[in-house]
Design a protein around this ligand. Sequence first.
Ligand code: 5AD
Ligand code: SF4
Length: 475
Amino acid sequence: MINEKYRENGTDIDETARQRSFISLAGALTEQKSRALGRPLTYCLTTFGCQMNEKQSEAVAGIMDEIGYHRQENEEADVVIYNTCTVRENANLKVYGRLGHLHSLKDQNPDMKIILFGCMMQEAHVVEKIKKSYPFVNLVFGTHNIFKFAELFYEMLLSDMQIIDIWEGTDQIVEDLPTERNYTFKSGVNIMFGCNNFCSYCIVPYVRGRERSREPEAIVREVERLVSDGVSEVMLLGQNVNSYGKTLKEPMTFARLLKMLEPVEGLKRIRFMTSHPKDLSDELIETMAESRKICHHLHLPLQSGSSRILKEMNRRYDKEKYLSLVEKIRKAIPDISLTTDIIVGFPGETEEDFEETLDVVEKAGYDTAFTFLYSKRTGTPAAKMENQVPEEVAKERFNRLLALVQKKGRERSSRFTGTVQEVLVEEESKEKGIFTGRTQYNLLVHFPADESLLGKYVKVRLDECRGFYYLGTRV
Ligand code: 5AD
Ligand code: SF4
């Protein structure tokens, strides 16, 4: 464990050096083994869940690369790693399902190592199940000690035992560890960890712990470094970015952080996720409207349109407040693209409550909405609520909501037909010679291009709207 004297503003400088020494130690073992086998050692890393998990997987991949492992897509690898999610039950089921398959692979290659980490591992019943039913898993850790990955990995290489290291929480933020990047030209940047909101259905505050913000200077430094490395678009990540900075020694607002990032030369686009409607300030709306870099896209989870259900969800806004917030945003930023998350079948949801949700979808004008069937998470207040909605009722509502969301989304997205938009070219689509990119509104566009344009900004005319994406041509 870390000595208190190393700590400065919750940031551990010496811990970084410590972890780097474990990278070297593991690297030496890896080189030895690779030489003995006459081939490079390989790993396969799969990420479930949100963009925070994607970002943390990049950190783990960065360390694996540095240790000397080669990444591959298939699971017949020397090390298989899952970064898990537990926000809904089906994310858990997927992991258990795949562990069965890994067991048979490990029978063929007993040297194979299996590592599980992330949100699901913060739940005591999951760890119990792994100990009991999946003893062939080599290493299990959670969300609070990912920075210790190199050390845990090294320990695992030296041990025959199942290693489990789960922390209850942490105030530690370790900066400057190596990291891989999925794209060379865009990157997620964590600005805060954890969540203090305790929405009654949500497991995140229990598995990710209390809200902690990174120091603004560390964020600016990371963004500057990314930009000098070729990145031009950043996505600032947090469970509730609108409360960024509240827990800092010198408190500051999210809008101020955005203002600190605006002058970074070479940075073209700033995105962020996720905004909680209760904390979205006028200062932020103003900052977005004035900025030349902040994309005009806002993900603003609604969860439910019924004020009664919102109260039960502990969301701390009601239908009217949400709709007036949308109106205020649209007034200040008329071309804003709004997206949202909606849960169907929260305990006690009646047909009338559900119709309130449909009503907000009619009125708010979302470009896209992510719709979820309520999933009961053990340990949350909602799991104990009576009146759990029968599955058939929830599914029927879900289908009606989805149909409306798709219809409205198509109408909304097609507003750009015939316009020319600046698009960041991101990757080649499944069809050769056709590339995909995104407008600032986060709309996907497919158009003929070539590899030399990857990571560049090009002007594309949006010819035909295909629902959630456009077909276009470069102009
Ligand atoms: N059941 C269904 N959806 C959930 N979400 C969070 N918890 C649950 C749950 N228990 C959804 C919310 C959140 C998104 C990331 O996942 O809509 O915004
Ligand atoms: Fe979960 Fe609510 Fe926190 Fe989002 S704001 S992570 S839904 S508790």
